[in-house]
Ligand binder design. Sequence first.
Ligand code: SAT
Ligand code: MN
Length: 594
Amino acid sequence: MTKNQKLLKWVHEMAELCQPENIHWCDGSEEEYQKMTQLLVEQGTFIKLNEKKKPGSFYARSEPSDVARVEDRTYVCWPTKEESGPNNNWKDPKEMKEILLNLFRGSMRGRTMYVIPYSMGPIGSEISKIGVEITDSPYVVVNMRIMTRIGKKVLEVLGDDFFVPGLHSVGYPLNPGQKDVPWPCNHTKYIVHFPEDKSIWSYGSGYGGNALLGKKCYALRIASILAREEGWLAEHMLIVGVTSPEGEKKYIAAAFPSASGKTNFAMLESALPGWKVETVGDDIAWMKFGSDGRLYAINPEYGFFGVAPGTSLKTNPNAILTLQKNSIFTNVALTEDLDVWWEGLTDEKPNKLINWKGEEWTPDKNEPASHPNARFTTPASQCPVMDPDWENPNGVPISAIIFGGRRSSFIPLVFQTFDWTHGVFTGSIQSSETTAAAAGEVGKLRFDPFAMLPFCGYNMADYFAHWLSFKHRTDENNLPKIFVVNWFRKDENGKFIWPGYGENIRVVKWIFERLNDKENYETSPLGFIPKFNSLDVSGLNIPENRLRKLFEINKEEGLTEYERVKEFYNTFNNKIPKELWDELEKMKMRFESM
Ligand code: SAT
Ligand code: MN
């Protein structure tokens, strides 16, 4: 199994604490997966889907209160609150450990404790990192097997080295003879990170990023801490390879908040002939310097945990092709012939469904049949447009970074920032309207710098400084150029102006041309925007006044934004780097002289 003393000791101690009935070390084999999915079917957590429609696939419904990440229950416990920053919930680590020890004591009674060794990134790659998740949820095990590389091979590579320990319990112990429920969880939830020992403790939820600890907890929160220590970047970004009709290829990374179209962008089917997009990753990028001084990115994940509603052959055909088999669907709707359905999958709604709550549903019902944060878990290797280099252990060279948010107004369809410092400033003030990926209000504008607000494992002011420092780590010419996009701008009637999806390639094309120094821009107070007629809108039939509206930049809104940002920066107790304050003043002056 393993001779790693730290691992053996930790598993032993956690078993003493949680008191499971059995311990199972996951080997990651196909046979083990079969057994576990079978067990989940017997327990009522999984329904096996129609083998003809979705071979090897399963359907799960969560408890209606456990449907998304719980940001207000997520903590990063540095020794001081200052180190965690205003962007994280905080408690004194000793106090928090006490709380958790009490919750975890006996929390796995009557259950099996699974030990999942996993690798974020190709097993054995220099850039990859290893974690071990202990969980009492077989649902988590089978999802982790799709989302990360797990099992025996990981232990072999780990040897005696460092790993990130992550303890997870659904917090639903079983008394002798007590019947289990399909989705065990607990009303009390804690998702906690301890930077000092790089450990993760997650209690009470079985859903997504709360429970699959390799994803947000490790690959973003803990990894962002490691990245600062070691001089690299762990980011909430998709990665794509873009090839022009001339056969030139460039890689682009893009940060968007959760449930804002990263998976769609990552698998984009170009609406412009000759342009091709290939997928490296859809959610997380780890970027490190190569020997040539450029930034290279890997996707540390192995699968996609994508938002189902809105995904269709029209909006994202490659995702639909990916999820045809060996997939897990959570909180979508179930059809009469045991297939899955969600809002937007087909124009016509099925006559009869079982909704995500397990109730009969007909189209006249006034509520969606699937939960807005319903998800598919599906292997990346099944995606027909995976980039040939998606598992390259050295990563792919990044030429551009895009920041995107949901903004109904103010932010134009696309602009390029003036330089690295201005780009970092722009990332630091990125804002977006909230989505169903996190529990809480939807559609509320909030600052979400670098789309990392819920995922940065330390004070974001220090994170901004870390980003700024990259200018001094290499020649600035080696660094990716930084852009901003906004697909979500609305007209007076609240309708989206830009068609989005496959048409977004037009924006990518403009970015691509900018990277080749084409004179296709003009200067605005926000940055370089497309010169009129330089964005390829051939065949789109958007009237000129609507096109202009996509790029409208308003002085008053700019000055309001200035005040918003000032207030935001002031929440960081004088920690915001002076360079960013200077950028803010420069932005103000540009708007004033409009
Ligand atoms: O539940 S997850 O955290 O994996 C999805 C997301 O919020 O991006
Ligand atoms: Mn995400």
